[in-house]
Design a binder for this molecule. Structure first.
Ligand code: AMP
Ligand code: MG
Length: 343
């Protein structure tokens, strides 16, 4: 029996989890700072670090208590080391160092983005590598070739705004709350599209041929802005219509990019993850595409695994522990995505 602890503090969720054998969740606590940052319409790094510091020890205590384990039962402590807000990462890192020092438990340093993908191991038998890892979150819109634990190659990236960021910015333009994802999804769902109606927004990156795989969402945000400006004073803001076509336009680019990535790599296992995967419309776009194009699709079924969470860190940590990928007490954290760059 291998029990491992996962610590996540890279952005605006403080989270601790204990996982058994890399696939069974024993206890899990997630504290979201969304309400704290909401008045600022974005994550304020200094406030985030302080909130992590205030919460992290009590989450750990509850997690250990609920698990009915003691620290001496743990084989490893996994902690998110990169990428993320450095001040926030340091809070989790320092907790990992303390646990390691006091209880002589090895530390495993986890790539937050990789953990988002590997978390499917808590709900499925892991498919054989390589996978195409599609990350759609507040900070990323990217596709990776996931070759093995700790081995990711970037295949496609965003040129500007990430998909989650686009949701948040469009929400602001529509005077809707932060974060934008859940409310935009709800409004879009309420729209009844008249037959034959055309989208008010242009197809994204339509100039890109089959060999160019990239994301760009800032143009869509601008298109929404211009559409609103084009309305006359007497017209009410058609929020449901705008959110419906915003999602449609944004998700069609995701689907197109996945299709291109499969064509280029011939990899037929697609794992999609990140905060935006909480969106039911996106999930059904991906399911339809998987059926049409016959690829194996995975994404976290439980929405708590879409958001930042400690379970994914403990889960990936198990596999890295298995490969003896430990770090010393003097390990560094980094805002960068690339592990080589931080060593
Ligand atoms: P993360 O960066 O993984 O913590 O995810 C946060 C991002 O996911 C924010 O930009 C949210 O607006 C976005 N998000 C959360 N829920 C949804 C949803 N239901 N639909 C679309 N985006 C979402
Ligand atoms: Mg978050």
């Amino acid at each position: 029996m291998v029990y491992g602890l996962g610590i996540e503090s890279s952005c605006d969720e403080t989270s601790i989890a204990i996982v058994k054998n890399g696939k069974e969740l024993i206890s899990h606590k997630v504290y979201s700072q969304i309400e704290t940052h909401s008045p600022y319409r974005g994550v304020v790094p200094e406030i985030a670090s302080r909130a992590h510091l205030e919460k992290i020890n009590s989450l750990l205590a509850v997690c250990i208590e609920e698990s009915k384990l003691t620290f001496s039962d743990l084989s490893y402590v996994a902690v998110t080391g990169y990428p993320g807000l450095v001040g926030s990462l340091m809070i989790g890192a320092q907790l990992a160092r303390c646990i390691s020092l006091v209880h002589s438990i090895p530390i495993v340093l986890v790539n937050h983005l990789e953990a988002h993908l590997a978390v499917i191991g808590l709900e499925n038998e892991l498919p054989p590598f390589p996978w195409l890892g599609v990350l759609l979150s507040g900070g990323n819109s990217s596709i990776y070739i996931y070759k093995g634990f700790g081995d990711l190659e970037l295949l496609a990236d965003t040129q500007d705004d990430s998909l989650g960021e686009a949701f948040d910015k469009v929400s602001a333009v529509l005077n809707l709350p932060y974060p934008g994802g859940p409310i935009i999804e709800k409004k879009a769902f309420e729209y009844v599209k008249p037959k034959g109606e055309k989208s008010p927004f242009p197809k994204l990156l339509k100039e890109d041929g089959p060999d160019t795989i990239r994301f760009s969402y800032s143009g869509l945000k601008t298109a929404v802005l211009y559409y609103i400006k084009s309305l006359t004073e007497t017209e009410t803001l058609p929020i449901e219509k705008i959110t419906y076509y915003f999602q449609k336009t944004a998700f069609e680019l995701v689907v197109r990019n996945i299709r291109k990535a499969i064509n280029r790599t011939q990899i037929k296992t697609v794992v999609a993850a990140g905060g935006v995967l909480a969106n039911e419309t996106l999930r059904s776009y991906l399911q339809t595409e998987a059926q049409n194009q016959s690829f194996q699709l995975y994404y976290p079924q439980k929405k708590i695994y879409c958001t930042d969470n400690g379970a994914m860190v403990a889960c990936l940590g198990y596999h890295l522990w298995n490969e003896k990928k430990f770090v010393g007490l003097d390990f560094k954290v980094s805002p960068k995505r690339n592990f080589e760059q931080i060593l």
